[in-house]
Structures are given as structure tokens and as C-alpha cells.
Design a protein around this ligand. Structure first.
Ligand SMILES: Cc1ncc(COP(=O)(O)O)c(C=O)c1O
Length: 414
């Protein structure tokens, strides 16, 4: 059977594009079943019932349990109004990179709000989330330095690590003891050391054990980057994220977050000491050489952070829905990943069974994410459900009932 790797490389003597043709041929067969769910298009705003369309088909409403818009801020009236005002005042696009006057005063306001939210001196906003990690890591680290990654970190952290040219080390996911062993030796290249971890892990739903990691990093004289893409607005007593949940906000040196998940816009940020942010503005190539955030996005995000800062964006309702979903799925016999934020992983552990189950879920009108290699190990393949603030108790009940019935049919639960 063809796998993801089958289409990664050009075979000896083959034309560069031959693998693309082979991939398309495979997608047209049963082997492409898993990928067909990836081709659905949204035909309306993201909400508990979202209009989705398969290629060539009419849109139909799906119970939406596959969005990272955890707090539904993308349709919040204040956020939409902020984006509309910005559109009318500044127009649609930035027209230039930030340092060539592409950044509007809205972006500056957003940076100040983010710094305040994270409790740091300053913050820098990037127009892309993936580009944030790539830019931050490659600006601050170089040959001779060392970057130590959790093995389950997001691809953008690994890609930034590679681009930086620093020595790359990896510790087993969530294992502070393994990290401690790595930190016991000085960096081989003699330079500085950065430990990077997701806050909430996007495919597992668990929180990094920052309560143990952050003091270790500090004691070793290294620096700590936390990418809390899925924790901002969700985790912690006031929604400040995983570091707040673990009580170590002051021990994080680089607070990275994505503006595309709970804040519901696009882009990313790094909040840190003033001099570090100043350095990033000049040396993060994905900032320096990339056009600034479009004004309507910045305008919406300013309002989103106003709500997040006041913890008035609906975190409690979201967490209520997560708890209800987890309770119902656990009662149905599913093996769930750890909780702590808006992500509920449901393990299937067999790729063929997962693909068949996912196809039936789509047919039944429930949309959730299929997570398989390379996003996770094959034997850990799973469904990923994301609850949202705007789900009603009936939505949660219906989703769990559909999953339980089809889980039984496919032999995932007894
Ligand atoms: C942990 C993490 N970091 C970075 C990103 C990249 O963010 P974006 O999708 O906004 O580029 C994502 C999401 O895709 C993520 O889950």
C-alpha cells in the first residue's frame, strides 16, 4: 500500500514531477480515502454547524468538531466590527513589509496588547504563524548554539531549528527527566542554548510539564521558548496559557503564540524582553522580508485581545463543553488522550480502520480531524475533536452519539 513517504522523493532517473502524477493517481483510488476528508471546503462561517462542501458537491451543514477557533471569536460581533472598521480606514492589504511602513498603528496596538497579556516588555507580530517560529528560532540561534526540542513539537519549530544551523537535540515527549539529562552537559558547540516546547501539544491535547521544565532550563542557564498556539485564551486560570496553568509565566523567556487559533485571525507573535524583540525585528527574516499583517486582520485581533485580556471570550463555556465531550466519549469506551485544553484526541491505532471510520463520520455529518503519519506515529493514529465555546449541550451529545455508534460499527469500541 502507498504511504505518505511513497511520494516524497524522486526515484533515480525519474522526472522531478513524476511523483506528483503518481500521487494523483493514488488519490483517485481507495488509498486516497484518508486524504479525501482533507479536500472539504468551508462555504460559510465556522460555527457549531458549518457548511462544508466536497469537490463538485453542494455544501451541507456539518457538526463542526474540527476547528481551532475554540472561542468562536472569528464571528464575535466586536471582532468582526474591529475588522470592518480597519478595512474601511486602511483598506485591504498592507502593501509593504513592516519595516518599510507596512505595519499599521493597529499592528503596533496589537503588539502592545499582546505584551500586556503575556506580562512582557514588548512583542513582535508576524503575518504568519508558521513563519513566527521559523523566524524567531533562526534569528536567535546559529551555528555553535544548541536548540533542544520536545519530540512532539510543531513542524514549524523543527523547521526553524534546521534553518538556524544550531545543533539540534530532542528529548522524548513531555519527559522533563530526559531534558534534565541533556541539560547536564554544556552545548557541544560552546554557544548558547534554547529549549523549545509547545505549550498545549496540537495533536495530543496535553500540556507541557512546564512546572518541571522551566526551573530546569533556568538552573542550566539556558533560555525557554514556549509556543502556546493552542493554550492562549484557553489554558490557565485567566486564559493566559500553559505557563500560567503551570505557575511559571516569569520563567518563560520567549512567549510565542499563534493568532490563528483562539484569537481566530492569522499570524503569530513573540513576546519577550524589549531588547530581544528589537533584535527579532532586524534579524527574523520571516518578519524583515515578509509583508505585514493585513489591516482587517490586525483590527479584528485588537478586539480579540481586548476580550481575551478581560477573560471575557467564553473560556468557561468552552471548558464546560470539553468536559462534557470527554465524559461522553469515555463512557462510550473510547481511549482518549490527556486533557487540559480544547483538544480531545480519540485513539484508533489502526490507519485503515481510522480512514474508514472518518469517512463514515463525514457521511453522518460530523466533521473532526483525522490525525495520522507524519503528524503522529502510525500506531498512535487518532481522531482529533476540538470543542468550541458555541457548541450547545445538544451538539456535544449528538457528536458523541454519532461517534459511539460508528465506533462500535468499526470495532473501535465494544
Ligand atoms: C503548536 C503550533 N505552532 C504553530 C502553528 C502554526 O500556526 P499557523 O497555522 O497559524 O501558521 C500551529 C498550527 O498549525 C501549531 O499548532
Amino acid at each position: 500500500m502507498d504511504t505518505f513517504e511513497s511520494f516524497l522523493r524522486t526515484a533515480p532517473g525519474e522526472d522531478l514531477f513524476a511523483k506528483c502524477g503518481r500521487l494523483c493517481a493514488a488519490l483517485g483510488t481507495g488509498a486516497g480515502a484518508a486524504a479525501r476528508g482533507l479536500a472539504l471546503r468551508a462555504a460559510g462561517p465556522v460555527g457549531p454547524r458549518t457548511l462544508l462542501a466536497a469537490p463538485g458537491e453542494k455544501p451541507r451543514p456539518f457538526l463542526m468538531f474540527g476547528s481551532n477557533s475554540y472561542l468562536n471569536l472569528g464571528t464575535h460581533p466586536a471582532v468582526v466590527e474591529g475588522a470592518r472598521r480597519a478595512l474601511e480606514r486602511y483598506g485591504y492589504g498592507a502593501g509593504a513589509v513592516s519595516l518599510y511602513a507596512g505595519a499599521t498603528d493597529l499592528v503596533r496596538e496589537l503588539e502592545a496588547r499582546i505584551a500586556d497579556f503575556c506580562g512582557t516588555e514588548d512583542a513582535i507580530v508576524f503575518a504568519g504563524g508558521y513563519a513566527t517560529n521559523v523566524g524567531v528560532l533562526s534569528a536567535l540561534c546559529g551555528p555553535g548554539d544548541e536548540i533542544v526540542n520536545d519530540s512532539a513539537n510543531h513542524a514549524s519549530i523543527f523547521d526553524g531549528t534546521r534553518l538556524s544551523g544550531a545543533d539540534a537535540k530532542v528529548f522524548l515527549h513531555g519527559r522533563a527527566d530526559r531534558l534534565g539529562r541533556l541539560l547536564a552537559r554544556p552545548p557541544a558547540g560552546g554557544g548558547g542554548r534554547l529549549v523549545a516546547t509547545d505549550g498545549v501539544f496540537s495533536m495530543n491535547g496535553d500540556l507541557a510539564p512546564l512546572g518541571r521544565i522551566a526551573p530546569l532550563v533556568r538552573a542550566a542557564g539556558a533560555r525557554l521558548l514556549v509556543d502556546d498556539a493552542h493554550g492562549i485564551g484557553v489554558a490557565g486560570p485567566t486564559g493566559r496559557g500553559t505557563a500560567e496553568a503551570c505557575g511559571v509565566r516569569d520563567l518563560v523567556d520567549l512567549h510565542v503564540g499563534m493568532l490563528s487559533k483562539a484569537p481566530a485571525g492569522l499570524g503569530g507573535f513573540c513576546a519577550a524582553r524589549r531588547e530581544v524583540v528589537a533584535h527579532l525585528r532586524l534579524y527574523a527574516r520571516t518578519y524583515f522580508f515578509s509583508t505585514a499583517m493585513p489591516p482587517p486582520v490586525a483590527g479584528g485581533l485588537v478586539e480579540a485581545f481586548r476580550l481575551l485580556a478581560a477573560d471575557a471570550a467564553g473560556r468557561r463555556e468552552l471548558l464546560r463543553n470539553v468536559a462534557a465531550l470527554r465524559a461522553r466519549l469515555a463512557a462510550a469506551g473510547f481511549e482518549l488522550g490527556p486533557g487540559g485544553a480544547g483538544i480531545v484526541p480519540v485513539y484508533v491505532r489502526d490507519e485503515a480502520r481510522l480512514a474508514a471510520l472518518h469517512a463514515d463520520l463525514l457521511a453522518a455529518g460530523l466533521y473532526c480531524n483525522l490525525v495520522s503519519y507524519p503528524a503522529c506515529r502510525r500506531k498512535e493514529c487518532r481522531l482529533r475533536l476540538c470543542a468550541m465555546k458555541s457548541h450547545s449541550p445538544a451538539d456535544v451529545e449528538e457528536a458523541a452519539a454519532i461517534l459511539a455508534a460508528l465506533g462500535r460499527r468499526h470495532g473501535v469500541v465494544p
